[in-house]
Design a protein around this ligand. Structure first.
Ligand code: NDP
Length: 248
């Protein structure tokens, strides 16, 4: 099977590490980005140096027309997708529920939940053996926040990640007979830029004392689990979760 992966939000953080490792493992890579083109271009260039085909595609995963265009571009330029990593996600400024308006909640659910939903739909349309596809694997990037709820900080984000967990469970069963596996990873505190958008750039170092392993995680440690779930070594895993949170 041709191995062609789309990584949403692939230009930075966990997504960028996932693109690099996928290229090392021989995947042709589509690096999706929303705003930061130069970062995505740099990741695609690294993938090409690993000897694989790589493209960048701008698309806001919360916008249906963008997602359709993203997958159509991959069809045309790389071929039929066989792997999808729903990594794109946002965190907004830490606050309590009294200060969360509908626009904020829509943004958080749009990037995290609607985006994952729409990309799963487009991937299933192409991968399903019932529709002439060759099967495939999807990994959703959730968070341990889905399990702890993130009270007083960002319950909106935690609830969105909870929705991603339920999406993973339900869709995995829905398409299990069609050659598609869907799993999720739940990272803990990982050193990326996302904590700056939550209003706490140095958060990981400040909170690592609450992690049983007493350290934050690196994006590469999440990417390794994602690539395992995409690989044939995980051929009997679907609807499952890997927590990457140092024991938290
Ligand atoms: P970063 O902030 O470093 O990267 C986020 C990426 O998502 C960027 O590439 C960004 O693109 C992209 N993105 C955001 N919104 C959209 C959108 N609407 N459409 C397309 N792309 C979008 O964060 P991380 O690497 O930390 O986050 C990756 C995933 O991991 C997220 O889902 C996050 O919730 C999850 N996670 C992270 C944890 C952590 O501690 N870091 C812990 C648990 C989960 P652009 O660069 O163009 O803006």
């Amino acid at each position: 099977m041709n191995r062609i992966v789309i990584v949403t939000g692939g230009g930075r953080g966990i997504g960028a590490s996932t693109c690099r490792l996928a290229a090392e493992r021989g995947f042709a890579v589509c690096v999706n980005y929303r705003a930061n083109q130069s970062a995505a271009d740099a990741v695609a260039a690294e993938c090409k140096r690993a000897g694989v085909r790589a493209i960048t595609v701008q698309a806001d995963v919360a916008v249906e027309a963008d997602v359709v265009r993203l997958f159509e571009t991959v069809d045309r330029e790389l071929g039929r997708v066989t792997a999808l990593v729903n990594n794109a996600g946002i965190l907004e400024q830490q606050t309590r529920v009294e200060h969360m308006d509908a626009a904020r909640i829509a943004r958080v659910f749009g990037a995290n939940v609607t985006g994952s939903f729409l990309c799963c739909r487009e991937a299933v349309r192409r991968m399903s053996t019932a529709r002439g596809g060759a099967g495939g694997a999807i990994v959703n990037v959730s968070s341990v926040a889905a399990r702890v709820g993130s009270p007083g900080e960002y319950v909106d984000y935690a609830a969105a990640k909870g929705a991603i967990d339920t999406l993973t469970l339900g869709l995995a069963k829905e398409v299990a007979e069609e050659g598609i596996r869907i799993n999720a990873v739940r990272p803990g505190f990982i050193y990326t830029d996302i904590h700056a958008s939550g209003g706490e750039p140095g958060r990981v170092d400040r909170v690592k004392q609450f992690v049983p392993m007493k350290r934050g995680g690196q994006p590469e440690e999440v990417a390794a689990a994602i690539l395992w779930l995409l690989s044939d070594e995980a051929s009997y895993a679907t609807g499952t979760f890997i927590d990457l949170a140092g024991g938290r």
